[in-house]
Write a protein that binds this ligand. Structure first.
Ligand SMILES: Cc1cc2nc3c(=O)[nH]c(=O)nc-3n(C[C@H](O)[C@H](O)[C@H](O)COP(=O)(O)O)c2cc1C
Length: 329
């Protein structure tokens, strides 16, 4: 298998998976402005894919989970992120990711959401390290069914559950020889409430060197922009840096443009384009998801608050479109 991970520059910059944020519509907007070196989809339930497609026979065109896995060629290389704790459904979802043409499949081992943890998935994996090997093996098996030679399997996790336990947890994860590993530099308990512990990243890199030198390692947490990412990569020795929330209202994040270089007109235009992509690619999703983006796009200039107030009054896509259209110079 020719893994795309081996052909990335050092350091490289990745777009984080973020449920209901980095959806197909927002990713298409990001691809218009400047693609990251690697893009992740938001996470999709492996059990959900298995039950809707395999058991209920739901058609892909009607299946919201499969729709979440839409992507455009401009987003390559793109990795599908899945969650689950059942090797059978993980294999199924990995096979599907390979069949759909994804460049890699990533398994979530860090999500603190209680509904995900109840399924034994996400951060719950940190408490059940014996699951890592069968899950990764299942993903490899499934991926090889979907595409000859398979596709790379990567993992995304945290530095521990209740407390930082990198010295025991990362060797477990690395023993499965993932093609790539993203370390979100917080524990499960810390959620996103404290600063990411970047001072620990060099130790994560050393553990990778010791236990699985061929695994590509990414650091993640609180990275503001590409300058910040370059600095953090240089200081820690990470191969890549993953950026998440910095993309809010900033689809040009992966270019070197500074926030001050982006005019209000360009911000409004980007929001208008995004609204179009949202109605085209996410027709069944709640309009409220779009409102989160309005707040972050329409900010940072005199009069932004007033305009934001007007836009937030919109309750349908059509209303938003007509307010935005009326703003056209
Ligand atoms: C709204 C939201 C949704 C997220 N969804 C996912 C997800 O689907 N899969 C995942 O691995 N992490 C998810 N995360 C965590 C991010 O990928 C990332 O690890 C975290 O936000 C820290 O990086 P940042 O400080 O650059 O945002 C999510 C975070 C946010 C804020």
């Amino acid at each position: 298998m020719d893994s795309f991970w081996k052909h990335l520059p050092k350091p490289f910059f990745a777009l984080a998976p973020m449920a209901d944020v980095t959806d197909p519509a927002y990713r298409r907007l990001i691809a218009d402005y400047g693609v990251p070196h690697v893009t992740w989809t938001e996470f999709v339930s492996a059990d959900g894919l298995y039950h809707t497609r395999e058991k209920k026979g739901m058609k892909d065109e009607e299946n919201p989970l499969v729709r979440d896995l839409q992507y455009s060629e401009a987003e390559r290389p793109i990795v599908a992120q899945i969650f689950g704790s059942n090797p059978e459904t993980i294999a199924y979802a990995s096979e599907l990711a390979a069949t759909l043409g994804f460049d890699g499949v990533d398994i979530n081992m860090g999500c603190p959401d209680r509904s995900i943890e109840k399924q034994g998935a996400g951060a719950a994996m940190i408490k059940n390290p014996e699951l890592v090997k069968p899950i990764v093996e299942a993903a490899r098996r499934g991926a090889a069914r979907g595409k000859e030679g398979g596709i790379p399997v990567s993992l995304k996790t945290r530095i521990g559950y209740h407390q930082e336990t990198m010295d025991t947890w990362l060797p477990v994860v690395l023993a499965s020889k993932p093609d790539a590993l993203t370390v979100h530099l917080r524990t499960r308990k810390e959620m996103s409430k404290v600063d990411a512990h970047w001072e620990l990243m060099a130790r994560a890199v050393a553990l990778r060197n010791e236990h699985s030198p061929d695994t590509i390692i990414l650091g993640n947490g609180d990275v503001k922009d590409l300058d910040d990412a370059r600095l953090k990569a240089a200081l820690s020795g990470a191969d890549g840096i993953m950026l998440g929330r910095a993309i809010f209202g900033s689809p040009w994040l992966f270019t070197d443009r500074k926030p001050n270089d982006i005019s209000p007109t360009e911000r409004i235009e980007a929001l208008r384009t995004f609204a179009q992509y949202f109605s085209e690619l996410r027709p069944t999703k709640s309009f409220h998801l779009l409102k989160k983006h309005i707040k972050s796009f329409i900010a940072g200039w005199d009069g932004a608050a007033q305009l934001r107030g007007i836009l937030m009054e919109a309750s349908t896509q059509e209303e938003l479109d007509s307010i935005l259209a009326a703003l056209k110079p």
